[in-house]
Design a protein around this ligand. Structure first.
Ligand code: GDP
Ligand code: IMO
Ligand code: MG
Length: 431
């Protein structure tokens, strides 16, 4: 398989973790290039459930190299915890299979506090963040006052850099009425984490270029989803990184000329956590999925908002990411339905709208125009091949592809690794 970028084509939680785990079998290296531990990627192997936050989902496949790229924001305490959790589940992690960029920026406890207090300060206009400090950490990076993983490995430099942040951070937290930071304890804890991570920290850009020169193939694991992209999403109800395909290049230091294909992960319906417009949101489908025990956030446990498949939004995701193939997950979530709706257009003030408006207020005023297609009313969870799927399920998938203009490559019919149907073998064929 050539160098592939996998992106979320909706609002995150599209089942990227499962798709990545599946595709990892066919590549040599898996790279995370943006986001932080706001991500929660679920992979179920046998009866064991793994949750990946910062570590690429490829880590579950022995012999594969995983890389946390320069574009990721790393909470080193949380990363050490994640390594510990995975190790306790029997996953081997060492510098042999995990490398972390020395240019990745650090997330600090004060970023989490600022994240939380900013949300409180805006009250009803809150974003509904994961409170992991992601926005403030990226904010510091862009404002050029961030501290990087490479700094953490040189204690004196780290202390100096942190000292330079104290005055502003203390002042800001005081304005919020937050508890002051215990800088001495923070420094101690971070240096301990740095010591633990040290052997894995390196110049990952050079590592990746060396691997490409050897002919190794890379899979870029997107986090979040297209409509959470800082530039192309429903701003300000977005995360603080470029979640679209271009983010893989800047966040890993791999040029666009080395990307061969883009795969978009999407659910057979739509979900969103947090605030912001969501034209196809539907109480009926939310209730049905929650009653099935599905669609609860991995990180925060929040109920995900659920709705019908939105072909208008997803068509835009296909364009902005350059998606060649799609992996449709959670098809089985629609198994019980008599009829299924697909949004094919929006209406705003009586006029048709064929692409999501850039302005979030205008987007919020869009109402969906649906077509209805017949459901299949039988379980798809045991299907092994595309032909095993009920006819109406195949017609549904084909309609979705036609509406969004992309080719179908994988279909998910359950949480487990083996509940994955390959539709275009060339996508996953061994190189
Ligand atoms: P990610 O953040 O994109 O990796 O997705 P999450 O792991 O946050 O959420 C996706 C949820 O759907 C997880 O609970 C997965 O185990 C689950 N999942 C993924 N694909 C399928 C599928 O085809 N069928 C079912 N039933 N669950 C799936
Ligand atoms: P994965 O990788 C779904 C959402 C939050 C909130 C907004 C901003 O698992 O798909 P942030 O903490 O990033 O500042 O929150 O983005 N969000 C996600 N929603 N899946 C994710 O990641 C998300 N990461 C952030 O709910 O609305
Ligand atoms: Mg998730």
């Amino acid at each position: 398989m050539a160098n592939t970028v996998l992106v979320g084509a909706q609002w995150g939680d599209e089942g990227k973790g499962k798709v990545i785990d599946y595709l990892t079998d066919r590549v040599d290296v898996v790279v995370r290039s943006q986001g932080g531990n706001n991500a929660g990627h679920t992979v179920v192997v046998g009866d064991v459930k793994y949750i990946l936050r910062l570590i690429p989902s490829g880590i579950l496949r022995p012999g594969k190299l995983c890389v946390i790229g320069n574009g990721v924001v790393v909470d080193p305490i949380s990363l050490c915890e994640e390594i510990g959790e995975l190790k306790s589940q029997g996953v081997e992690i060492s510098k042999e299979n995990l490398l972390i960029s020395e240019a990745a920026h650090l997330v600090f406890p004060y970023h989490k506090l600022i994240d939380e207090y900013r949300e409180l300060a805006v009250g009803p206009n809150k974003i509904g963040t994961t409170k992991r400090g992601i926005g403030p950490a990226y904010g510091d990076k862009i404002a050029r006052v961030g501290i990087r993983l490479g700094d953490l490995l040189v204690p004196d430099r780290f202390k100096d850099r942190l000292d330079s942040r104290r005055q502003e951070v203390d002042w800001l937290l005081q304005q919020y009425g937050a508890k002051p930071i215990d800088w001495r304890e923070l420094t101690r804890q971070y240096l301990v984490a740095g010591e633990q991570l040290k052997e894995m920290v390196t110049n990952t850009v050079l590592e990746l270029h060396g691997l490409m020169q050897e002919g190794k193939e890379i899979l870029f694991e997107g986090a979040q989803g297209t409509f959470l992209d800082i530039d192309h999403g429903t701003y300000p109800y977005v995360t603080s990184s470029n979640t679209t395909a271009g983010g893989a290049c800047t966040g890993a230091g791999v040029p666009p000329t080395r990307i061969d294909r883009v795969v978009g992960a999407m659910k057979a319906y739509t979900t969103r956590v947090g605030e912001g417009p969501f034209p196809t949101e539907d109480q009926g489908i939310s209730d049905m999925l929650h009653a099935m025990g599905r669609e609860f956030g991995v990180n925060t446990g929040r109920e995900r908002r659920c709705g019908w498949f939105d072909a208008v939004a997803t068509r835009f995701a296909v364009i902005v990411n350059g998606i060649d193939e799609i992996a449709v997950t959670n098809l089985d979530g629609l198994d019980q339905l008599e009829t299924i709706k697909i949004c094919v257009e929006y209406k705003r003030e009586g006029k048709g709208v064929v692409s999501p408006p850039t302005c979030v207020q205008e987007f919020g005023r869009c109402t969906p125009v649906y077509i209805e297609v017949p459901g299949w009313k039988e379980p798809t969870t045991g299907a092994k091949t595309y032909e095993d799927l009920p006819k109406n399920a195949r017609l549904y998938l084909e309609k979705v592809c036609e509406l969004i203009g992309a080719k179908l490559s994988l279909v998910g019919v359950g949480q487990k690794r083996e509940q994955t149907i390959v539709v275009t073998p060339e996508l996953v064929a061994a190189s």
